[in-house]
Design a binder for this molecule. Structure first.
Ligand code: ATP
Length: 303
């Protein structure tokens, strides 16, 4: 039904955009997946959400057999809590999301949401439960209205505008010459990384998922834009108890988390609140000291 209702040229441009990067491919994959019967096991039931507790149990995974990313990864994200995953670049933070969303399946171990093994539930219901604000939001070559509506295809124009308001991007859109009809994406209007991420927040607001995944952009937003974005997320997406996982690169965005999970070489090496981890004087603490001195350097240079 969905494919028929989409203008064909919109689909065509999605295919073109798809070649741009892996993330676009994942989105396209999702688009296609959502419209083909999921590879569900016989007798799979829809995921029954009871708050959104997430548990990784002895998970092993490798993109290539000779290079394991996780050997034995276990952790729990309590229902309704805000949890940050931090760790050195390449330690597998984004892979956690890819496994949870079932872009890939683990080679051993299990992942549970509310005590249900995610490989045993209907994939469509799993993906409906999870919203993601990715690092680099893929925009389709279409107008802004379409791009936000992608979060929930049956949303009305009014609902799209409401979501944009809550994500604090409505005023920016309203100032554009063609407003919500402005074309973005490939060959479209260039918009900033911060605006893109706010469009992604609006998309996720429409989807209204039980579980939220936020992949912080590695490319530095300036400190002001970043704190604005975090404020928007806190006000709009965390207005109700929602299990949320933040993959964070800049540690100051994680201080308020209920729990911080520190990964290194595919394993949990520490976990706790900011205060607890600082007292432990382990990896988290040294990452802080490192970032603080880097930021100090940047400030010195700016002077
Ligand atoms: P960063 O902080 O730099 O974003 P990350 O902790 O999120 O990194 P991942 O993106 O999960 O790390 O990647 C973990 C490892 O797996 C990296 O070494 C990466 O190069 C590798 N990797 C990621 N995606 C693929 C893929 N599709 N195929 C092969 N290797 C991959």
């Amino acid at each position: 039904i969905f494919q028929l209702s989409l203008p064909l040229n919109f689909l065509g441009t999605i295919y073109r955009e798809m070649r741009q990067n892996l993330l676009d491919m994942e989105v396209l994959y999702k688009l296609v997946e959502e419209n083909t019967p999921a590879k569900d096991v016989a007798g799979a039931q829809p995921l029954a959400l009871k708050g959104g507790n997430i548990r990784f149990e002895n998970v092993a995974f490798a993109y290539h057999p000779d290079r394991p990313i996780f050997r034995n990864l276990s952790f729990t994200v309590p229902a309704g809590k805000k949890v940050a995953i931090v760790g050195p670049s390449g330690c597998g933070k984004s892979t956690v999301f890819r496994l949870l969303y079932r872009f890939y399946d683990s080679s051993s171990g299990r992942i549970f949401i509310d005590d249900q093994d995610i490989t045993q539930v209907q994939q469509e219901s799993l993906r409906r439960a999870i919203g993601v604000v990715p690092q680099d939001t893929p925009l389709f070559h279409a107008d802004i209205m379409h791009n936000i509506r992608y979060g929930r295809l049956d949303a009305t124009d009014q609902e799209v505008v409401e979501a944009a308001r809550k994500a604090n991007v409505h005023d920016t859109i309203a100032k554009l010459p063609e407003g919500y009809k402005t074309q973005v994406g490939e060959r479209g209007l260039m918009i900033s990384g911060g605006e893109k991420q706010r469009l992604a927040v609006a998309r996720v607001m429409l989807k209204d998922p039980e579980i939220l995944f936020f992949d912080e952009a590695t490319s530095a937003l300036d400190a002001h834009t970043e704190s604005e974005l975090m404020k928007n997320i806190n006000n709009s997406l965390l207005d109700k108890a929602r299990t949320s996982i933040f993959i964070a690169h800049r540690l100051r965005t994680v201080i308020e988390s209920d729990l911080i999970i520190v990964l290194k070489e595919g394993e949990v090496v520490e976990q706790g609140t900011h205060e607890e981890l600082m007292r432990e004087r382990g990896l988290y603490c040294s990452m802080w000291q490192q970032q603080a001195s880097l930021e100090g350097l940047e400030e010195d240079e700016a002077e």
